[in-house]
Design a protein around this ligand. Structure first.
Ligand code: GLY
Ligand code: MN
Ligand code: MN
Length: 425
């Protein structure tokens, strides 16, 4: 509980500071509530407002409101309706609750008059918006809060660590299922079972891709087809887990045989680890992303895909055809956590370089930020076409590797002064 107490102390201090910067006296933070699909009485699972989750570590809470005025104990209006359709869990006696003044409400009508408190901001999606537009999700307040969320407390790092431990159980089960010849769907189910998660608890949709499917970066299906073992080639799985609202985000790639693709994975793993170890406080993440281009080009050169050396491949932009996404992103309450393109609490933007528009993180790394390092190389047919016939590419080698789809290896890293903590290994 000490960890959580320290966490709340930081959240209180950061919110107090953010309110001062944005000239507000207090803030309401709404958890959000489930919404129905168009013309339907059912909807997707509710995804809670991350700002609410930052304070209250219960991801299933809905229709509840947090009220904070600097110098006062925060209040949570906890929605516990009389409802015989759904199970209502009473969280008001949980340990976290001792840090709040918890008021249980049975109905919206018991919520306070939001307008009675002067000079307040409202943070929440637009479904319930009791204050004026200018005071709803005001940019100056959000910029400061988002910036404060970059550097994690020990409690948050521990949550992400737990989410890694859970996900790695799933990854091991998935690996075994792949070598047993299971379908993508069966591998996916083995993953969930090992994590003891249901689909709603996953931080994002699992990417479970066999053979050429890893070349679809966010491959979203799980085929029920059993591929005969003499046709099985490769397996990429990008899957996480959650703990108290915090995410892990991990990718592994395997080859079915001990072949050249297996050796390529081994070399990529070495390069990925070298990149992880450079993700120390003060490292410019754009530079690290550019270094990843060099490393990946070295792999492609070593395996005969690039006829030219790595530097030449990067300078010609060839590496971007094989590595078309960014090296990684912040990780936390959101899988792609906020503030990746800002460099200060005022929200000053540092855009990715023009040639690297998908890079999600551009700042210099800060101590206790949690980030992903996820270099990849892929044989994407659509992108291969764009450079068809290029003289520095060995097209026979491309044809050899294309049926394997590609490689991505992704770990979750805590940035430290002069070092890192790899939460995944
Ligand atoms: N799983 C999405 C990503 O790696 O960013
Ligand atoms: Mn991922
Ligand atoms: Mn990721």
């Amino acid at each position: 509980m000490k960890l959580f107490q320290q966490h709340i102390e930081k959240v209180v201090a950061a919110t107090t500071h953010a309110l001062a910067l944005s000239a507000y006296d207090g803030v309401w933070i709404y958890s959000g509530h489930p919404e129905n699909n168009f013309l339907d009485d059912m909807g997707p699972p509710h995804s809670i407002n991350p700002h609410f989750k930052w304070w209250v570590p219960v991801p299933h809470i809905t229709s509840s409101v947090l009220h904070f005025i600097p110098g006062q104990k925060p209040t949570v209006y906890l929605h516990q309706p009389a409802d015989f359709w759904h199970k209502v869990i009473d969280n008001s006696q949980d340990k976290w609750a001792q840090h709040f003044d918890v008021k249980v409400i049975g109905h919206y009508s018991e919520l306070p008059d939001f307008k009675a408190n002067k000079n307040h901001a409202w943070i929440g999606s637009k479904e319930l918006q009791p204050l004026d537009d200018k005071d709803t999700n005001p940019k100056a307040l959000l910029d400061a809060l988002h910036f404060a969320r970059i550097q994690k407390t020990d409690y948050e790092i521990n949550c992400i660590r737990q989410a890694n431990i859970t996900a790695m159980k799933g990854h091991e089960a998935a690996r075994l299922a792949f070598y047993d010849g299971c379908s993508e769907y069966e591998i996916h189910m083995a993953y969930l079972q090992a994590c003891q998660h249901n689909e709603y608890e996953m931080p994002y949709g699992n990417i479970v891709a066999l053979n050429e499917n890893p070349s679809v970066l966010h491959y979203q299906f799980q085929s029920r087809e059993h591929i005969p073992s003499n046709e099985l080639k490769s397996f990429l799985i990008d899957a996480g887990a959650s703990h108290k609202g915090y995410a892990s985000d991990i990718t592994r790639t395997y080859s079915f045989q001990q072949d050249a693709f297996a050796d390529m994975i081994t070399l990529m793993d070495e390069k990925q680890q070298a990149l992880c170890n450079q993700a120390v406080a003060g490292q410019d993440y754009v530079d690290l992303h550019l270094k990843a281009h060099l490393y990946i080009s070295e792999v492609l050169h070593q395996f005969g895909v690039f006829k030219c050396d790595a530097e030449t491949a990067v300078s010609q932009g060839l590496s971007s055809t094989f590595f078309p996404h960014g090296l990684g992103h912040y990780l936390g309450l959101q899988v792609h956590d906020v503030s990746g393109h800002v460099i200060d609490e005022k929200g000053t933007v540092k855009s990715p370089p023009e040639a690297h528009p998908f890079l999600r993180l551009t700042d210099t790394l800060r101590e206790n930020a949690v980030i992903t390092i996820e270099p990849g190389l892929y044989f994407v047919p659509m992108l291969m076409k764009e450079i068809a016939g290029h003289k520095d590419v060995n097209w026979d080698k491309v044809a050899e590797f294309q049926p394997f789809g590609g490689i991505r290896i992704e770990d979750n890293i805590v940035v430290k002064q002069g070092g890192i903590e790899n939460l995944t290994r």
